[in-house]
Design a protein around this ligand. Structure first.
Ligand code: G3H
Length: 245
């Protein structure tokens, strides 16, 4: 039985003081059946981790594939670990599209994070053009296999399927289509890694909100959600957590 995983990705939103206001509100809410994680900006990570109750984890939204050195603007795995962060999102479509991160770069980041014992939320998903051509399964398969190339142990990997056309657009993928793709992803993992595929959590992301979270989370192969916009308001995020409880 895979425990549902409710993750919020704040992207480039919330100052540290706004994050603390959010923490005060969410700390009052009791939940016990799901895992919860928030990914704030790097500058907010440490204070948020200290101010959130222990049941809620914090994650980086990105990490460098390099150890240390002359990489202006980058954050290393050891910097994250040093402030108690154990999880990181890698391969978000905004990193791929706006910061030109290729599958090779994502693959190097996944390997580096796992080597340094971080848990990874690996994001995948097709564009509207790919979807309209009916190539979404092949596209996601390729992204998944390229991103995991040379990765031997995926126990610390969570997959987030996020169709790009559903991110921040209000257009949610139907729960049936999301389930179908998450099942495909599990089958691909099964072909490559065997029965560990039954333990790997696969999340859906893209315009998840309180009104659709319950339906999405009811699907057999959808083990959680990666929420952008609706994770910025504590009351909405709490409603989404409740939908997973
Ligand atoms: O990481 C989160 C996703 O990009 C989804 O964002 O919930 O605002 O559509 P959204």
């Amino acid at each position: 039985m895979r425990k549902k995983y409710i993750c919020g990705n704040w992207k480039m939103n919330k100052t540290s003081s706004e994050a603390l206001e959010f923490a005060k509100e969410i700390n009052k809410f009791e939940f016990n059946k799901v895992d919860v994680l928030l990914a704030p900006s790097f500058v907010t990570l440490e204070s948020l981790r200290k101010n959130l109750k222990d049941e809620i984890k914090v994650a980086g939204q990105n990490v460098s594939q390099f150890d240390e050195g002359a990489y202006t603007g980058e954050v290393s795995t050891s910097m994250l670990k040093d402030i108690g962060v154990e999880d990181v999102i890698i391969g978000h479509s905004e990193r791929r599209e706006k910061f030109l991160e290729s599958d090779e770069i994502i693959n190097a980041k996944v390997k580096k994070a796992l080597e340094d014992d971080l848990s990874v939320i690996l994001c995948l998903g097709e564009s509207i053009e790919v979807k309209e051509e009916g190539r979404e399964v092949d596209f996601v398969r390729e992204e998944l296999l390229n991103s995991l190339d040379g990765v031997k142990n995926i126990e610390k990997v969570t997959i987030a399927y996020e169709p790009i056309w559903a991110i921040g657009t209000g257009k949610t993928c139907s729960s049936e289509d999301a389930e179908k793709m998450c099942r495909e992803i599990r089958n691909i993992i099964d072909e490559k890694y065997g029965e560990v595929s039954q333990k790997i959590r696969i999340l859906y992301g893209g315009s998840v909100k309180p009104s659709n979270a319950g339906e999405i989370l009811s699907k057999e192969n959808i083990d959680g959600v990666l929420v952008g916009g609706a994770s910025l308001k504590a009351s909405d995020f709490i409603e989404i957590i409740k939908a997973g409880e």
